[in-house]
Design a protein. Structure first.
Length: 399
């Protein structure tokens, strides 16, 4: 296996420009807000509640968020936050409140928070409301030059339906689906003939499966943390049934179509595109060497190790890295706040789909042209993206 390109090595060595560490005075747990870069008015990224969370993990996720912003052409920087806390513990809400209280100045002025692992936007907004903060994304109003009323009118669009859930829950998955469609176009595989396997049935994986199904893509198998559900030979899964019956990231136990197997079975099923949409480091060198696929679209942050990406590239497998396929949430904010006139749900989703497919095409064509792994190609494109320190994060420069 060839060594990692220097542009990737350099990216992995980068440390954030600002890290705030929180030590809880009541329970002793730690939390962090990592702001990867301070080049723009706004930084954005999700908050997670995860037992065993480390500062290093938060820093790595913040770095990845900056790359998502750059590749998406959004004039904002990456951030991430989280607490090392059992998400099932009864003190969860109060623990979040104390952490929010410590981070309040950043929430109000610079940090646009979003949901991440084990959190939802309604829950985080509810915690913020106790501090008199009307939205965890209120910093957008300041950076975008919107009064609070206009900001709140637009942010409420995230609560409107977009398929089987709200736009707020579906937006990242819609971007992941669009990235998959972009990879299929690059491979010249028509959507209605394509087969896809998805690891993960949380908000990201479920939403991606829904949008891909709507485009005629056949989903051969989906796995959650307990099991996999595999379509019978020549068939595809009934996605409408699964999204209607699934709960809390778990597949139903009595699906009418397909058969169940162990969760790891998901790596053995041949398909056109494999989508890891669950946890970090899901695809290591071992899995990369045996997957029977033509492409991999990385939905979850850091789901494919850098070394595994090299193996996939050497095998001729097209890969869309997480910094690309995972920027659907950021693109949705651009679609929501960038236009002069307030958009509707379909316009936001169309904006995400159009921009994502264009980004995927740019990255994969650059990878092929320069004979470098797609992550290296994406990083080069990020380096070529100009910085505009004192401009609105979303929309055209003259907006």
């Amino acid at each position: 296996m060839r060594p990692l390109p220097e542009v990737i090595e350099s990216s992995l060595r980068k440390r954030p420009e600002l890290v705030l560490e929180y030590v809880d005075p009541l329970e002793g747990f730690r939390g962090w807000l990592a702001i990867d870069c301070l080049a723009h008015r706004l930084c954005a990224g999700g908050l997670r509640v995860q037992k065993g969370l480390t500062r290093e993990c938060v820093e790595n996720l913040a770095r990845n968020m900056t790359l998502k912003m750059r590749i998406a052409g959004i004039r904002a920087d990456g951030a991430k936050s989280g607490i090392d806390y059992d998400p099932c513990a009864p003190g969860r809400q109060e623990a979040l409140f104390r952490f929010f209280r410590a981070m309040e100045p950043f929430l109000r002025q610079r940090y646009s928070m979003g949901p991440d692992l084990n959190t939802t936007m309604p829950e985080l907004d509810k915690v913020a409301a106790r501090l008199g903060i009307p939205s965890i994304k209120i910093a957008i109003a300041h950076a975008q030059g919107l009064d609070q009323e206009e900001f709140l009118r637009r942010i409420r669009i995230l609560r409107q339906p977009a398929g089987f859930a709200t736009l707020g829950r579906m937006r990242a998955g819609s971007g992941l689906a669009a990235a998959c469609l972009g990879a299929l176009e690059f491979l010249r595989i028509p959507a209605h003939r394509a087969t896809v396997v998805i690891q993960g049935f949380g908000g990201l994986g479920a939403a991606a499966s829904y949008f891909l199904h709507r485009c005629g893509v056949r989903i051969k198998a989906i796995a959650d943390c307990e099991k996999s559900l595999c379509a019978d030979p020549g068939q595809s899964l009934d996605i409408d049934e699964l999204v209607a019956e699934g709960d809390h990231g778990l597949l139903p136990h009595d699906a009418g179509r397909g058969h169940y197997d162990r969760s790891a079975r998901i790596f053995d099923i041949p398909c056109d595109i494999f989508i890891p949409a669950a946890v970090e480091q899901a695809v290591t060198v071992r899995e990369a060497g045996t997957l029977q696929i033509r492409g991999l679209v990385c939905g979850a942050n850091l789901a494919v190790t850098p070394e595994a990406e090299m193996v996939l590239h050497e095998r001729g497998i097209v890969l869309v890295p997480d910094m690309v396929a995972g920027c659907g949430g950021s693109l949705s904010m651009d679609g929501l706040f960038g236009p002069r006139r307030q958009p509707d749900v379909e316009q936001v989703l169309e904006s995400v789909a159009t921009k994502m497919r264009a980004i995927v095409t740019r990255v994969l064509e650059r990878s092929r042209r320069d004979d470098i792994v797609p992550r290296a190609a994406a990083l080069v494109l990020c380096q070529e993206t100009p910085i505009y320190p004192d401009t609105k994060p979303y929309g055209a420069l003259d907006n």
